[in-house]
Write a protein that binds this ligand. Structure first.
Ligand SMILES: Cc1cc2nc3c(=O)[nH]c(=O)nc-3n(C[C@H](O)[C@H](O)[C@H](O)COP(=O)(O)OP(=O)(O)OC[C@H]3O[C@@H](n4cnc5c(N)ncnc54)[C@H](O)[C@@H]3O)c2cc1C
Length: 506
């Protein structure tokens, strides 16, 4: 079958998150006229989701532009749309290069209600950061001594602690802080335990220069601006896709416009025909539905990589207070359980102890914009369990926790809003990570189109984008955007087989 012209080619994009919107934007700019986005929910943005707490902006999903500098396409777009404040736009901010680990002014509270001294805690933070740096280096040196991050961090942290910190009380407190930092790292990686994160490939993730910044008017402003550049009726909302039939499997449905290599079947029974489909569905959803999402099914190697790669949960619990109990300059509050000096990063009894998985809180700044709001971070199965509890129970448990750690029995948050990403049926978790035993090849497998080498005789049918398909920026908004552009470029090259390479950096 001869290729249609790019102008007429029917392209369906599944998912209206940033990767889907980015792909549509690029295709339309290149003259593709027949592009539609099919979205399961009633909104665009996916994991970019801005909410409100008492009228104040809170980010239920993505929060920061990680590495806001010229190489970051989200930063470039946000600057173009004038969505960032002066500080974030400044050359100085863009040039800060701290390897993705922003230095925050911290307060450490202990489970016996004491504020812990910076002189006691700071050395443990330093050791932990240096160990993370070491983990990153194993990617290039290829000599990771063990398979998981958890094993390595635990062994090395305890070794250093025993060798360098003799005084028992301080040593135990510092080790307890290691447990807190492990829990925090579970959230950063979107995993239940660091034992599940691959050590040798941890350094495959690349951080960009620039001190992380936020969107003063909400992250969803970025999506709104991008959507404004698309034709008004491009998105079909509330249409969860059930199955993508490819390889002419539904050829009886060929329309008057000719044969139709791909048909998309929605849960409500509607069928859409296409020459090409770009799938941007989150890895969490794919893990759950990969055996029925495509017909014929996905090739084995793709299926295996979907099963092997990691996709976990990191949730936020926002709390609003009448008055702050923290110091004015404080940016982050860490919770240190004094009995956790054996480097735990998960709890033994979910029902009674899930709250122990919460590593701490970030303080929403500036105060003039947010008032007094804390954002609590909790990852893993404990986080997934928290999602199932009534809101009042979560509020009650967090209030008890705060009273214990501050030693102040009157503390009472006035409002709570939490995210529930694991039970979101179209996300099924928060973001992807390279699980123990996986490699960059698994991400390549995930990103591989069907058929693999599109040609005039065998045109591309199903293409794959979304954050989990980016080898060095997985789990981020900029990674997701780049994959949308990458797959749009793949189609553009398909119709204009020139020296242009399929690249995301355009
Ligand atoms: C709590 C949290 C905090 C985060 N913080 C940051 C951060 O600070 N900085 C950062 O860079 N990144 C952050 N991220 C990650 C970032 O949000 C994601 O990597 C990015 O938004 C993913 O975009 P995407 O287009 O790949 O997927 P999504 O945004 O998930 O879009 C996929 C779309 O597909 C739709 N869909 C799913 N199934 C179907 C179906 N069957 N039929 C039709 N449509 C379907 C979904 O509804 C969704 O709209 C965070 C994520 C979370 C959850």
């Amino acid at each position: 079958m001869a290729l249609r012209s790019s102008v007429d080619a029917r392209v369906l994009i599944i998912g209206c998150g940033i990767s889907g919107v980015g792909a549509a934007q690029k295709l339309i700019r290149q003259g593709f006229r027949n592009v539609r986005i099919i979205e399961a929910t009633s909104r665009s943005g996916g994991r970019v989701k801005t909410g409100r707490l008492d009228g104040k902006i809170i980010e239920i999903g993505a929060n920061w532009i990680h590495g806001p500098s010229q190489e970051n396409p989200v930063f470039r777009l946000a600057s173009q749309y004038q969505l960032l404040d002066e500080e974030c736009m400044s050359e100085e901010n863009q040039s800060v290069d701290i390897g993705g680990l922003p230095p925050l002014l911290s307060t450490w509270l202990s489970s016996s209600g004491k504020k812990l001294e910076a002189e006691v805690m700071a050395p443990a933070v330093e050791v932990f950061l240096s160990l993370l740096k070491k983990c990153q280096e194993f990617y290039t040196s290829s000599d990771a001594p063990m398979s998981s991050m958890g094993e390595f961090l635990e062994r090395e942290a305890l070794r250093i602690s025993n060798e360098e910190w003799k005084e028992d009380e301080t040593r135990k407190l510092r080790q307890a802080l290691f447990s807190t930092l492990m829990k925090l790292e579970c959230g950063v990686n979107g995993t239940h335990t660091m034992d599940d994160v691959d050590l040798g490939t941890f350094g495959m993730y690349k951080s960009l220069p620039g001190l992380d910044c936020t969107f003063p008017g909400g992250y969803d402003g970025l999506i709104t601006h991008m959507m404004n550049e698309l034709p008004k009726d491009i998105v079909l909302f509330n249409k969860p896709v059930k199955c993508i039939h490819w390889n002419n499997i539904h050829s009886q449905s060929s329309s008057k416009e000719g044969t139709c290599p791909v048909t998309v079947e929605c849960i409500n029974g509607e069928i859409f025909e296409a020459d090409h489909v770009i799938v941007t569905i989150p890895l969490g959803y794919m893990k759950k539905h990969h055996d029925t999402l495509l017909n014929p099914p996905l090739p084995q190697h793709k299926m295996h990589s979907i099963q092997r790669l990691g996709f976990g949960t990191n949730n936020k619990i926002f709390l609003e207070f009448e008055q702050p109990f923290w110091d004015e300059e404080c940016e982050v509050i860490f919770l240190v359980w004094e009995d956790e000096y054996d480097l735990q990063n998960h709890v033994s009894d979910m029902k009674t102890a899930w709250i122990r998985k919460m590593s701490g809180f970030t303080v929403l700044k500036p105060t003039e914009r947010y008032g007094h709001i804390l954002c609590g971070w909790i990852a893993g199965h404990e986080s997934e369990y928290m999602e199932t509890l009534p809101e009042e129970e979560v509020l009650h448990t967090v209030t008890r926790l705060l009273r214990r750690f501050t030693g102040n029995p009157t503390i009472a948050p006035k409002k709570l809003v939490r995210s529930q990403w694991f039970h979101d049926p179209y996300t099924c978790g928060s973001y992807s990570y390279v699980a123990k035993g996986c490699s960059g090849q698994d991400i390549d497998n995930l990103a591989e189109p069907l058929p693999l080498t599109g040609s005039e005789a065998e045109p591309l049918q199903v293409l794959f984008a979304g954050e989990a398909t980016h080898k060095s920026f997985f789990s981020t908004v900029h990674g997701a955007l780049l994959t949308g552009w990458r797959e749009a470029n793949r189609l553009i090259s398909h119709y204009n087989p020139s020296p242009r390479k399929v690249t995301a950096n355009l």
